[in-house]
Design a protein around this ligand. Sequence first.
Ligand code: ANZ
Ligand code: ZN
Length: 846
Amino acid sequence: MQTNQQTECKYNPKEIEPKWQKIWEDNQSFEPHNPCHNKNHNKDSRKEQQPKKYILSMFPYPSGAIHMGHVRNYCIGDAIARYYRMYGYNVLHPIGFDAFGMPAENAAIKHGVHPKTWTYSNMETMLHELKTLGLSFSQKRILETCNPTYSKYEQEFFIQMWKKGLIYRKKASLNWCPKDLTVLANEQVIDGKCWRCDTEVVQKEMFQYYLKITDYAEELLKDLESLEGEWPSQVLSMQRNWIGKSNGLEFDFTLDSDSQNKINSKITSLRVYTTRCDTIYGVSYCVIAPEHPLVDILIEKNFLDSHTLDSIHTMRNQSEKERARSEKEGIALPISVIHPLTNQKLPVWISNFVLMSYGSGAVMSVPCHDERDFEFAKKYNLPLIPVIAPDSHTHKNIESHIMPTQQINKAFTEDGILINSKEYSGLSSKQAREKISKYFEQKGLGKRIINYKLRDWGISRQRYWGTPIPLIHCPNCGVLEETKLPVILPEDIMITGEGNPLEKHPTWKHTTCPKCGIDSLRETDTMDTFMESSWYFLRYTTPKESREEIAFEKTNLDYFMPVDQYIGGIEHAILHLLYARFFTKVLRDLGYHSFNEPFNALLTQGMVLKQGAKMAKSKGNVVEPRHIIESYGADTARLFTLFAAPPTYALEWNDEGVRGCYKFINRLVDRKSRVIKNLCMPTINVETLNKDSKIARYKIYDALQKYQNIFNKKLDGYPFNVVIAACMEAHNAISAQASNEVFTEGYYVLLHILEGFIPHIASELSQELFNMANFTPLKVDSSVFIQDEITYVISINGKKRAEITLSKESSKETVLQQAKEMVAKWLTSDIKKEIFVPNKLINFVL
Ligand code: ANZ
Ligand code: ZN
């Protein structure tokens, strides 16, 4: 501690904080009651009726130490959980660890420590650090996802999904290091090379397991509506865009006869997918993906020169992400197609912006109305045909929008009125889409289809530290499910970074077929760790003692779910939340429960910054929570993280601010001697109070009301900073007035509010002064808000000069008279005009 804190220091957090942490642990203060559904079994009927709240902060990855982002996440959750507990709810507020994953294996490669040892020791350290923060977590529901009792049920779910056809095997290309003989995750590929040995990475086709999340695309999209207002709109739209539903038309462009002859009619037409069939008369060429089968045929028939082949090869090696970013490259092909409505011959190109994995891997290009097509057409000098005019123009002057093509300098991408489109000219885009799709469908030329951007979820990983995939490969019977769960990882393993550790293990993969009994091989892939985080919140509802035998205690699951408030970082806005929503729906359909969505409300906390940059090891600007707790105590750390910014905003670390919070707590402790002991809420005779005491009471109940409004949904986004500021003001106000009763009442209310933010010292003071360690709900005394005085702002020529406070009963004349006296020295000439706004302000115009 710094020396100047000696004088400020009125209490010793090092003594008080562990003391309360122990009391809470001994009393099991934060264990929710299990719901009792048996109505006849009435011993506990009060608790049975108790409403529940499930408050959940995202669980951490056991990286080794708690950082400020965690502290913020858990302090927000804890403040919410403590409020609900105090206000009579049965609160589930659990914690656990997302314990499988690559860093444990990297540590093994680098330092030779076993992933399990590394993970468990990190969890121990982190649990201890969380404990020093005084967080009100249930101790009976802690979980770590690497525990075999957890794997057992994940494997059970896997098998059920496999049997239902919700998991399938498919070949896909993966990053492969030919030297280490290992699959690499995208983040292990640095500039196209292996992170470990710098060898050029190649793509290798391997069997992978996929979860059919696309089966749920429509429901995942539709149910976002039920979260409107309770989830950040930004997250909802990120989810919508990721699912990416679009309505369009699929139809064929026939290859002209010359082209068909060239390739022996191996392919006779090109199928395209468009969301804008209203622009069909504006098509001037078609573009296909470099992976399109037509390209392979042209290669096979030797129609492409070596330079072209090189370009195609380069395009094919670009990942989808790279393609989206990079320049649009084109290759003209020696074939043409026929426009189905105009019968014109159109050229066909290859480009990297067309993806084989979407629609049909081919597009009709409309450069005047699509930005990518426009860029491409300009680059390769392809024709521009405008077919949509802005809506605002009437039918009559539409013709004037047909410009010489060289004058077109921008694509018009919105809907409008059709021009240059034969019988469809004059229709709105929407009408035209309807009519044109109908025409195509009636003629049997095409059909309307719905497309989603969402892809199935590839869940297999060629790593050791993950949940084993519970399948067996039998040379006779094919792929079969394991019959004895859990399938446990072997512990005697060598992790070197070369090869797949499970594959290399001498015995583990050898087993016999559960059906025919011959020698068979275990699947050596493990599951993506997003699998574990997709159902941990369901598992929390079941206490530890029941977890060996069942996945979920049904009464607990039904009672506590859905989560009432989920709190976490925006980095999980897409994948984790989508996978968790998907898993919830799958488990519902497997009969485990009957709700549709896991998280009723979501709060995405802002980042913790220092000097404007994200606080991160790589930036070297990290403040260790441990150091703050050692210097000032957990209560100060907690108060600062909640006071410095509203939860959803960025929080700028500020040492001065931390000291300010520490001083506030010390002032609070310092003034406790004025409290009339054991009085709690004294009856106050308002008649006898002077103005300062009345103001103090106003401020106290203003703070309480703000606090309660956060939970009555009258204040959005849990702005605890506003409540804390109000508490600081109220504390000054009760200290500055004369009545000890008002001081006592105010002090009691303050401790009540502050319990959620600084629980250790609030409990300590409450015990010492009021002989109680638990707080009960308080009511706002709204009579304090009825004002009998009014404050006027007095301005001269619009500039504020003074304020005056007068009785509510004062007449306009009295107010004006007294106001003039007050600002006399500024009234240097005659008053030309007096502006009087009742109950608010006075302005003298000179
Ligand atoms: C002609 C057109 C004209 C298009 C126009 C757009 C605007 P969303 O809405 O995202 O589903 N497209 C189709 N398949 C593609 C693929 N495999 N790779 C890249 N782009 C592809 O996008 C559908 C639109 O994206 C389709 O509608 C098609 O371009 C393009 F003024 O067709 B459009
Ligand atoms: Zn067999």
